[in-house]
Every structure is written in structure tokens, then in C-alpha cells.
Design a protein around this ligand. Structure first.
Ligand code: NAG
Ligand code: NAG
Ligand code: NAG
Ligand code: NAG
Ligand code: NAG
Ligand code: NAG
Length: 366
């Protein structure tokens, strides 16, 4: 498969808004590239999982196709799968080798057992059919595939990966961009130099894995997004909180952070029974309580979230941290319970959630 990355770049209008016009198959090489990395931040198609970055150099965040699942019953059964094209992000399972910027990484928590594995790829290939994008990280044994309408995604893990089996996501909640539904011409830049799109905010998900001699099976809520950047991530979003959960008919996704200039950035998403109720980037409130009440660092005990939705209503939820899956201090990835609903109405819905944050965290109000 041949690809000339440079020639695929087109520019729209006189504004320099890069639009990376891709063919339906794209190869990402494993080597760090020289020169400037170029990212796309204005959507030009409904294909959320298209590669958004060209020419990944040694200093930028690059691109990460991220998936996670948490059991509907117990937050201590959960997993993360990430497909990385990044010279700088350490991801979720450490790999000391630096011979490739491409890796497939998996971390699984089953009760008190945590399993993690990473494998480097020779190249990555992305293929798009309809609005569904599939990704093959050659040499890792890991791939993801999507149906044409994005209603179903499957992650396959096989030899030479130790963790093998499948994860099947059946999408329920509609996709979104940071401050809008999935629209053409809309902004995808959450903070300067950092893009984020959420193809699958909530999917009914079936996990069926074998890890050496252990079988890990559960049903839960699954999630998938794509994050990318042409800046150094730790400088672009020095501290952030991402959380998502499903409770009764509602699905919530939250991303808040402080950007390089100290400005608070927020994005909230609420859907009900597969219909979007709000995608605001302002009016979002997050209060953080730490396990050590007097501290503003260390493990978080809970988050209280308020997100404005249609008809001047507010969605309100309370997320309690129960388990940690990845601890790469100052970054934590964990799971918990979520409860809440519409403020002033029925607040008794509950379910499970996952979250990730990078310290130091404070409360957010935009
Ligand atoms: C980047 O530049 C160095 C020094 O000129 C060269 O050795 C290397 O092959 C280049 N890398 C790529 C991917 O072109
Ligand atoms: C990588 O690309 C970014 C964005 O264009 C640029 O700011 C940075 O200087 C580049 N880094 C290197 C090592 O070329
Ligand atoms: C990975 O790439 C190599 C080299 O192109 C090829 O021989 C091999 O079949 C590929 N593996 C898979 C699983 O596609
Ligand atoms: C599977 O077992 C082997 C041998 O004990 C071990 O090296 C490997 O890390 C295990 N794999 C996982 C994913 O735990
Ligand atoms: C936390 O702060 C309060 C009020 O300043 C103080 O009374 C309490 O002893 C502190 N607790 C800890 C664990 O430091
Ligand atoms: C969730 O709500 C149901 C029904 O009200 C209740 O039985 C269950 O204990 C609650 N679960 C949690 C984790 O709060």
C-alpha cells in the first residue's frame, strides 16, 4: 500500500483551515517524521474516526483512538483499549521500546486483578466505509472495525497479543463534537492545538476475553473517541478531567481542562434514549472532592457535575470513584458509580461511569 502524505493536504478558502482530504484507506508510518505536524480542527465530513493528523513529529501528541468499557453492575470490571500514533503519549500500558510511534495498548481490571499489555505496530492502516472507520495496527494482533453506519464497532485482539478475544459495541447514543452534534463545518478543537470527537458516547457492550488462563466476560457500557493534537499534550491541557456514564435513559460525557493560557475549557454532552439533549461548551460546572478533604491533589473521591440542556433545564450527576485501573501519577484512569438526572426532577437514576484526570485538578465553572 502506497501513500504520499504531503499530496493529500488541501486548504479550504483563504483562511488557513487545513482539511486533510483522505482517500478511504490511509497508512500511518511507524517512524517519527521531520518537520511540522499538521492537524485538522474543522470537520469536513461525518467520518469522525478519519485520521486528523499528518506528519507526526517528535514533540506532538499525535492521535489516539480510544475505547473503554465498564461493567453495568460493578465498576471493578472494566477495560481500556487504545490505538496510538504518538511519539509522546505513554498511554495506558507502558512499553519501553521506542522503535515505533504506533502501539496497541490494553488495560483490564477484573475484580482485584489488573492486566496490562502493549504491542508496537509496523504500520497502521485505517479504512473507511460509509461513516465507519476500521483500524489495523499491523503486527500487534489488535484491530478495530466499524459498520458503515457506525452502529456497531468490534475490537479484535489475537496472537501475538497475550490478551485475546473480542469487544463488541452496539451504539445507542448519537455522536458529537466538542460543542455540537456531528456536523460538517463545525469546530473539533477543544483547546488550542487539541482536537476531540466522540463517535460512540454510549454503546451496549459485550466483553469476551482470555488472559492467559483466565476468562474475563462482562456486559457493560462502552465508549469510543478520537483525540489528537499538533502540540505537546501536557502543555496544551496541563490538567483535565474526562468522565462519562450511563444512568437510566441518560448518557453523559464530560471533558473539562485548563488550557496553556490558563483558560478553563469545558464540554458537556447529554443524550436520552438515543436523542441529544445538549452539547454545551459553557455553563458546565464540576466540583471535585478529594479523598483527603483538605487536599487538592491525590485520588479524587467524587465529582458533582451540572450540564445545561435544552428547555433551560440542567442535568445533574454525582460520580463516586470506586476503582482505579491505570495509575500513572499525575494521571489516573478509574471507574465508579454515577447517580442523578434532571435537576428539579427525578434524580434517582444510577449506573456506572469511567473517568480520567490529570493533577492538579480544581473545580470548573464556565
Ligand atoms: C529526519 O531527518 C534526519 C536527519 O536529516 C534523517 O536522518 C531522518 O531519516 C529523517 N527522518 C525521516 C522520517 O525522514
Ligand atoms: C512539530 O510540529 C509542531 C506543529 O507544527 C511544531 O510546532 C513543532 O515545532 C514540530 N516539532 C519538531 C521537532 O519539528
Ligand atoms: C502485516 O504486514 C506484513 C508486511 O506488509 C504482512 O506480511 C502481514 O501479512 C501483515 N499482517 C496482517 C495480519 O495483515
Ligand atoms: C501471561 O503469562 C505470561 C507468563 O506468565 C506473562 O509473562 C504475561 O505477562 C501474562 N500476560 C498478561 C496479559 O498478564
Ligand atoms: C482539614 O482542615 C480542617 C479545617 O482547617 C482542620 O480542622 C482539619 O484538621 C484538617 N484535616 C486534616 C486531615 O488535615
Ligand atoms: C440504583 O437504583 C436502584 C433502583 O432504585 C437500586 O436498587 C440500586 O441499589 C441503585 N444502585 C446504586 C449503585 O446506587
Amino acid at each position: 500500500m502506497k501513500l504520499s502524505l504531503g499530496s493529500l493536504l488541501a486548504f479550504t478558502s483563504s483562511l488557513t483551515l487545513p482539511v486533510i482530504s483522505r482517500s478511504s484507506s490511509v497508512i500511518i508510518p511507524p517512524t517519527i517524521q521531520n518537520g511540522s505536524t499538521i492537524s485538522q480542527y474543522i470537520s469536513s465530513s461525518y467520518r469522525l474516526d478519519d485520521s486528523k493528523v499528518l506528519n507526526i513529529n517528535s514533540t506532538v501528541f499525535g492521535e489516539v483512538w480510544y475505547f473503554d468499557v465498564v461493567s453495568s453492575k460493578s465498576p471493578d470490571h472494566a477495560l481500556v483499549v487504545a490505538f496510538l500514533a504518538s511519539a509522546t503519549d505513554s498511554g495506558y500500558a507502558s512499553s519501553t521500546a521506542v522503535s515505533s510511534i504506533l502501539s496497541a495498548q490494553v488495560a483490564v481490571r477484573a475484580g482485584n486483578n489488573i492486566y496490562a499489555e502493549a504491542n508496537l505496530a509496523n504500520y497502521a492502516e485505517l479504512q473507511t466505509l460509509g461513516i465507519g472507520t476500521s483500524g489495523f495496527w499491523n503486527g500487534t494482533g489488535c484491530s478495530f472495525s466499524a459498520s458503515k453506519d457506525l452502529s456497531r464497532m468490534t475490537i479484535d485482539l489475537s496472537d501475538p497479543f497475550d490478551i485475546t478475544g473480542s469487544i463488541i459495541l452496539e451504539s445507542i447514543a448519537p455522536p458529537h463534537l466538542p460543542c455540537s452534534p456531528n456536523e460538517i463545518g463545525a469546530n473539533m478543537e477543544f483547546a488550542p492545538g487539541f482536537g476531540w470527537v466522540n463517535a460512540v458516547p454510549y454503546a451496549k457492550t459485550t466483553v469476551d476475553l482470555r488472559i492467559n488462563d483466565t476468562t474475563v466476560q462482562f456486559v457493560g457500557n462502552g465508549y469510543h473517541d478520537l483525540a489528537w493534537g499538533d502540540t505537546i499534550f501536557s502543555e496544551t491541557l496541563p490538567n483535565y478531567l474526562w468522565a462519562r456514564g450511563t444512568l437510566g435513559p441518560y448518557s453523559m460525557v464530560l471533558l473539562v481542562g485548563v488550557d496553556a493560557s490558563g483558560v478553563q475549557r469545558t464540554s458537556g454532552y447529554i443524550s436520552r434514549d438515543g436523542k441529544i439533549l445538549g452539547t454545551p461548551c459553557s455553563g458546565v460546572n464540576v466540583a471535585v472532592e478529594f479523598a483527603d478533604k483538605n487536599s487538592t491533589t491525590g485520588p479524587v473521591k467524587d465529582f458533582t457535575v451540572e450540564i445545561p440542556i435544552e428547555n433551560d433545564l440542567f442535568f445533574k450527576a454525582y460520580i463516586t470513584a470506586i476503582a482505579i485501573l491505570v495509575d500513572t501519577d499525575p494521571r489516573y484512569h478509574g471507574m465508579g458509580f454515577i447517580s442523578g438526572g434532571i435537576k428539579g426532577g427525578d434524580l434517582n437514576y444510577n449506573g456506572t461511569a469511567s473517568f480520567e484526570y490529570s493533577q492538579p485538578l480544581a473545580s470548573f465553572q464556565t
